[in-house]
Design a protein around this ligand. Structure first.
Ligand code: SF4
Length: 432
């Protein structure tokens, strides 16, 4: 029987055009039906130099299904190179050309001597969601643009985190991760966002190591780079939010990069002193138990479900009800992700469910006794269940419909303070 996905939490793999969009002066060239690009045009932050509304697209139709669409692809790439001033052209395939068997790879191969790099990623929607599509684009970059280097730049670290635009806080989070790594005396290298792009892509093979901050997205890419480029990687599964996890993160990265322990501890004590200065000033509010919920639920991808759960338990002392991971995490990663939710302070363990069906998630939330007002952090879809359960609600994960996120972030010491501000700004409205 056909399965209906209630309350969509992600898009198809072809939304990897968001990943390309996040690389400055890179443009997706779509080999797909005309509607495939449309799905991004309503996203926030997708306008600018290249917007989804101007992405070149083969717009294949019935005739191309019968006779093949490779000629159209050939001319679309040629015209794109002539008309659009970009530094990187990434051909992305939708379902139709892949079903009818167009040899996209061969067409793209024919552009290997073009004036600008043209690469290809297979992103048909039936192959998975946009988390997988993101990995496909990174893989294509590694396969087609990078070669093993004899040069190693001491202290250069490639930083990878979760998916641009799917994570509305991606830009601010990446910049804050860079700052943290820089504090340790290392040199961060990221490819997404303002003034990064192709120059930084070229630096990837010269890095000392890759740093992946994500429960699972990107792990295949790290392994690929280890094999092809000989770059080892540090996998830190938890997005560090607030003092506890950020200090742990700095220790882990410092130890891996062989930064002297005393230096790391000095940075941590300065940062924690600053963080707890604010916590102390508002402790009267945090100790006012009428205001805040006792239990919380996060409905989000693995990245935020884990990062926020750790923050709310370890830094704010709240207790986890059930947490819902909604990114269709591949089965191979689920057991390890479950163990991460058991590594909370005070011997607390969080029960989690990998679930994509909004109806089931909301039914479980409604049935649970939160011993007071629930605190729910999730997508826009959770607004309704929050209303029905009289919960405090913060929209932190896709779809984000009611707030504008430009360069805000939840990562790090400041990110933790920002999340506290957001939570209490909602909670306090109940008593005013
Ligand atoms: S699922 Fe296939 S047809 Fe639909 S938008 Fe994605 S790539 Fe296009």
């Amino acid at each position: 029987m056909a399965k209906i996905l209630d309350k969509q939490r992600y898009k198809c793999a072809m939304s990897a055009m968001q990943t390309v969009q996040a690389i400055e002066r890179a443009i997706p060239v779509l080999h797909s039906g005309p509607g495939c690009a449309q799905k991004l045009s309503s996203s926030s932050g997708s306008s600018g130099y290249f917007s989804p509304n101007i992405y070149p697209c083969t717009s294949i139709n019935e005739k191309d299904v019968v006779f093949g669409g490779v000629q159209k692809l050939q001319s679309t790439i040629e015209h794109s190179l002539n008309v659009i001033d970009a530094d990187l052209y990434v051909v992305l395939t939708g379902c139709i050309p892949e079903i009818v068997g167009d040899n996209t790879e061969e067409v793209v191969e024919g552009f290997k001597d073009a004036k600008k790099p043209v690469i290809y990623a297979s992103t048909a929607g039936f192959k998975g969601n946009n988390y997988k599509g993101h990995e496909q684009v990174v893989e294509s970059i590694v396969d087609n643009l990078l070669e093993k280097s004899d040069i190693r730049v001491k202290g250069l670290v490639n930083i990878w985190a979760d998916v641009p635009y799917q994570d509305e806080f991606w830009h601010g989070n990446l910049r804050e991760l860079e700052k943290l790594v820089r504090e340790l005396g290392l040199t961060p290298n990221t490819i997404f966002g303002f003034k990064r792009g192709l120059d930084n892509i070229k630096k990837i093979p010269t890095a000392d190591f890759n740093l992946l901050i994500s429960p699972w997205v990107g792990l295949h890419n790290m392994k690929k780079m280890e094999k092809k480029l000989g770059i080892p990687y540090l996998h830190y599964p938890t997005l560090p939010i607030g003092a506890f996890e950020t200090s742990k993160f700095l220790r882990a990265v410092g130890e891996y990069a062989k930064v002297p322990k005393e230096k790391v501890e000095k940075i941590i004590s300065e940062k924690e002193e600053y963080y707890y200065y604010y916590i102390e000033r508002y402790a009267d509010l945090f100790l006012e138990t009428r205001v805040m919920s006792k239990q919380f639920t996060v409905v989000s991808d693995a990245q935020y479900a884990l990062g926020i759960t750790k923050f709310l338990v370890n830094d704010l002392g709240l207790y986890p009800a059930k947490q819902f991971v909604v990114d269709d995490t591949p089965k191979e990663f689920r057991d390890s992700i479950k163990t991460y939710f058991k590594e909370l302070n005070y011997g607390i363990e969080a029960d989690i469910s990998f679930e994509t069906d909004g109806f089931k998630i909301h039914s479980e939330i409604k049935e649970h006794d939160y011993h007071g007002y629930p605190l729910i952090l999730g997508g826009h879809w959770e607004k309704q269940v929050a209303k029905e359960t009289d919960a405090h609600f913060i929209n932190v994960s896709w779809p984000v419909n009611e707030r504008l996120v430009m360069n805000s972030y939840y990562v790090g010491y400041d990110g933790g303070l920002k999340l506290i501000e957001d939570i209490y700004s909602v909670a306090r409205t109940r008593f005013n």
